[in-house]
Design a protein around this ligand. Structure first.
Ligand SMILES: [Zn+2]
Length: 87
């Protein structure tokens, strides 16, 4: 199950913590220390890289465009990659 992978720790951050921080990261409200940890995790985590994607690239693109649909898209992405992960 994917939930096991979510417990993987890379750069001192669990995958599930990255997922939990994605929304704030998109909103730009995530503290810079957390942003650095999140980005370090994404850069070195095979699990997150395998979640469909290039999450970091997608997030960066969304942030640049400041797209109004970003929040909805985040919800969709989390639903798809989170599996049984409950908020
Ligand atoms: Zn990860």
């Amino acid at each position: 199950m994917i939930n096991t992978a979510l417990e993987t720790i890379v750069a001192g951050v669990r995958c599930r913590e990255v997922l939990a921080d994605l929304s704030e990261y998109l909103d730009g409200t995530l503290p810079s220390s957390r942003v650095e940890a999140l980005q370090a995790h994404l850069a070195g985590c095979d699990n997150c890289a395998g979640f469909g994607g290039h999450i970091a690239d997608t997030l960066a693109a969304l942030r640049q465009n400041d797209a109004p649909f970003a929040r909805d898209l985040t919800t969709l992405v989390l639903a798809r990659i989170g599996g049984g992960l409950s908020p």
